[in-house]
Design a protein around this ligand. Structure first.
Ligand SMILES: [Zn+2]
Length: 143
């Protein structure tokens, strides 16, 4: 998941992402299909645009895949740009931000922020089960 934030983002990029759902989906799509589109169901590599912003639809089996599926942002119950803000802060910013503080900054319920922060932490922990190589590259990412 932190692979998403592999590269340092400029403050300009962050400004965009933290205020626009559309930009977040665009960003996810860029990261996700960096090496090209492969349909999860049938393996086809041809696609056309889907209905949701930046989603892609397989031209063969017509399965639509959203840019957020397979990431912690999938099925988020609050706007994705707010989820991006929390995720980026948890992954990249050294200073610990409390869930009360997230709630205040983003006008969300504290419980919502707590749940999402927990989800991020779990995702980070799951990386322990990765191979040495994968872990090594992720360590670099998190530094
Ligand atoms: Zn397909």
């Amino acid at each position: 998941m932190s692979l998403i934030f592999k590269e340092e983002l400029t403050s300009e990029q962050l400004e965009y992402l933290f205020h626009s759902d559309e930009k977040c989906y665009e960003f996810l799509a860029e990261v996700k299909w960096k090496n090209g589109f492969v349909c999860r169901k049938c393996g086809n590599t041809n696609y056309c645009p889907g209905k949701k912003p930046w989603s892609r639809r397989c031209t063969k089996c017509k399965t639509e895949e959203s840019a957020a599926s397979g990431t912690i942002f999938h099925n988020s119950k609050f706007p994705i740009h707010k989820a991006f803000y929390i995720a980026y802060n948890v992954c990249k910013v050294k200073e610990e931000v409390s869930t009360y503080e997230f709630a205040r900054r983003l006008s969300l319920r504290q419980m919502t922020c707590w749940n999402f922060k927990t989800k991020i932490r779990q995702a980070l922990q799951e990386m322990d089960s990765l191979s040495d190589n994968e872990r090594e590259s992720i360590k670099k990412i998190l530094q």
